[in-house]
Design a protein around this ligand. Structure first.
Ligand SMILES: Cc1ncc(COP(=O)(O)O)c(C=O)c1O
Length: 308
């Protein structure tokens, strides 16, 4: 990760090194925060944010789930205000490919009661590069985590709540320790849910499958984009329950996420996926995705929010 110059906080641009919080910040101690991850791409029309409105809507939904009113620094924020704030922050920085907005309970409190604790809204821009390194073009080795994807009885599985990501961090450490790029997480029913920060797809006998939303997944914006792209290419995409056996015996497997983008999986728990090489379908979807985000496909230009 490369730092940038300015961080947006409650309506003001602050120098990177001055964007600090108190040690008793409620969110730091109890995970009471909601965040987003958004990509910025270079296009012939200048920098463009991929599906910015969808990301900020999901952030507002997460605030609703957490019971956090979007009032920061004495002002109430709606969707358009949040969209403009993200653009302001991108414009204030030189080299940006990833934006991380975060709404967090910033009041200094000891005790779990979140009621009445003031909230803050920060927007951080960074240069991330490829989140999973060369895996995007070479294929990724993944493992199945011993940690399960928290289900809807543990918390709101469909929202990006900071505290929930402890499980993802445990699973990611497990993967890295085993020399893998990512970990697949199963849900409490033993079905395939998703990876630590990515949704998952498989291709078998001519059809594409991905876990349905009731499987305790985050309904990824890249997942939604890839479903639309694949259907546009003529593939049948089925959202359903998927077992570990179905995943391991698939012809192709790939992950999708804002940070990771579209990453083919070539090995799961030491078993080769398909031919062990990047498959035709995931290769085609990967190429189309990158054409779209580079602003080269007019059909999907509606997904790009130009910064200037
Ligand atoms: C747990 C989890 N699943 C899936 C995704 C993919 O979602 P998106 O495509 O919206 O980035 C993410 C990333 O935000 C994630 O954190």
């Amino acid at each position: 990760m490369e730092k940038t110059e300015k961080i947006w906080m409650n309506g003001k641009l602050t120098d990177w090194n001055d964007a600090k919080v108190h040690i008793l910040t409620h969110a730091l101690n109890y995970g009471t925060a909601v965040f987003e991850g958004i990509r910025v791409y270079q296009t012939p029309k200048g920098p463009a944010v991929f599906r910015l409105r969808e990301h900020m809507s999901r952030l507002l939904d997460g605030c609703k789930v957490m019971g956090i009113d979007p009032e920061f620094g004495g002002r109430t924020y709606g969707l358009e205000d949040m969209v403009e704030a993200v653009k302001t922050c991108i414009k204030a920085n030189k080299k940006v490919d990833y934006v991380k907005p975060c709404v967090f309970l910033s009041g200094e409190e000891v005790g779990l009661n979140p009621v009445g604790v003031p909230a803050s809204f920060s927007i951080t821009c960074i240069y991330m590069g490829a989140y999973l390194g060369g895996a995007s073009t070479e294929g990724a080795k993944v493992i199945t985590s011993s940690w399960q994807r928290p289900d809807n009885l543990c918390g709101p599985a469909g929202a990006k709540i900071n505290g929930t990501y402890v499980t993802s961090c445990l699973a990611k450490r497990e993967a890295v320790r085993q020399g893998a790029k990512e970990a697949v997480m199963l849900n409490s029913a033993g079905h395939v849910a998703e990876c630590t920060g990515e949704n998952i797809f498989l291709f078998k006998n001519g059809k594409i499958y991905t876990p349905q939303s009731a499987e305790c997944i985050l309904e990824g914006i890249t997942r939604n984009s890839v479903i639309e792209i694949a259907r546009g290419m003529g593939y049948e995409v089925i959202e359903t329950q998927i077992t570990r056996t179905q995943l391991v015996t698939a012809d192709e497997v790939w992950m999708t996420g804002t940070a990771a983008e579209v990453v083919p999986v070539t090995s799961i728990d030491g078993r080769t996926v398909g031919s062990g090489k990047i498959g035709e379908v995931s290769g085609k979807i990967h190429a189309k995705f990158h054409e779209i985000v580079a602003g080269k496909d007019p059909k999907y230009e509606r997904w790009l929010e130009y910064v200037n």
